[in-house]
Design a protein around this ligand. Structure first.
Ligand SMILES: Nc1ncnc2c1ncn2[C@@H]1O[C@H](COP(=O)(O)OP(=O)(O)OP(=O)(O)O)[C@@H](O)[C@H]1O
Length: 256
């Protein structure tokens, strides 16, 4: 199998004459943690929405495992194993942490509620959900109502519900956004851990996270690809530094 799991070719999205994504060609290698970075308005979210088919490209192609998925529907993409985390909005706040992971598993297995009411299958389901909670270090929160969890732990739950869908490619949307130093560190370590045997494409603003764990970085600016490469390569690129003028440039330099 090719080492390229996801590829875009000249991906373009126009909104009423405004080009939000402009001829982006990128390749995500199997097994990599790949970051999509760029200043505000660079087109990162629009790219994610194109990849998960929430938006239809104006032109260009998207290939997953070499198959053209440009015209596929969101549910088809998910069945193929391209799973996007939806920040906290995707978990049910008044259910427990364990219940939220079970829902992710039920979705993945696609089995009916009646099937899961049988005692044996329920215990199997709980067993698998507890394994996933252990993987993201949330065992102690299993019976906590989700709304009562600290913010950083909710983001870890979001990763657990994404894992429940058995992703071949995980798309993480700013997984450390709004976190304090300790939570950023914990989630960074978690991403590294769950990346084993999987591929991750993430939008991330925190350059310490990007420099610490990402194998490849694609930098967007005004919808177009500005630079690509390792962290050392992109952070020594004068055009990238210019694009990040201001506070983010300081972060970019500080992460060395
Ligand atoms: N539905 C839309 N209609 C019109 N313009 C849009 C639409 N969605 C996004 N845009 C524009 O496309 C550009 C790219 O937006 P996008 O949200 O993809 O950027 P981003 O890199 O994710 O930014 P941020 O870091 O601020 O989230 C912006 O100028 C935005 O205003």
């Amino acid at each position: 199998m090719s080492s390229v799991i996801l590829e875009t070719r000249n991906l373009t999205k126009e909104f009423k004459g405004f080009t939000a994504v402009n001829g982006v060609s990128l390749q995500v290698q199997r097994g990599h943690i790949h970051a999509l970075i760029g200043p505000n308005g660079a087109g990162k979210t629009t790219c994610f929405n194109l990849l998960t088919k929430f938006l239809v490209p104006t032109s260009g192609q998207i290939l997953f495992n070499g198959n053209d998925i440009t015209a596929a529907k969101p549910a088809q993409i998910a069945r193929m194993g391209v799973i996007r985390s939806f920040q906290i909005s995707a978990v049910f706040p008044h259910l427990t942490v364990l219940q939220n992971v079970r829902i992710g598993l039920q979705r993945q297995l696609g089995t009916s509620f009646n099937f899961w009411q049988s005692e044996r299958s329920l215990s199997q389901l709980n067993g698998r959900a507890m394994e996933l909670l252990a993987e993201v270090d949330l065992t102690e929160f299993a019976d906590t109502v989700t709304v009562d969890m600290p913010y950083g732990r909710k983001r870890a739950l979001e990763i657990a519900t994404t894992l429940a869908m058995e992703p071949e490619l995980m798309l993480l949307d700013e997984p450390t956004q709004g976190m304090g130093h300790e939570d950023v560190h914990r989630v960074t370590e978690l991403i590294k851990k769950v990346s084993v045997g999987r591929t991750i494409l993430m939008v991330e603003h925190n350059m310490k996270v990007v420099s610490g764990i990402c194998d490849k970085i694609s930098v967007l600016q005004r919808g177009a690809m500005l630079a690509e490469g390792s962290y050392a390569e992109v952070s020594s690129n004068a055009q990238v530094m210019e694009a990040y003028m201001g506070s983010e440039a300081a972060v970019l330099e500080g992460a060395h």
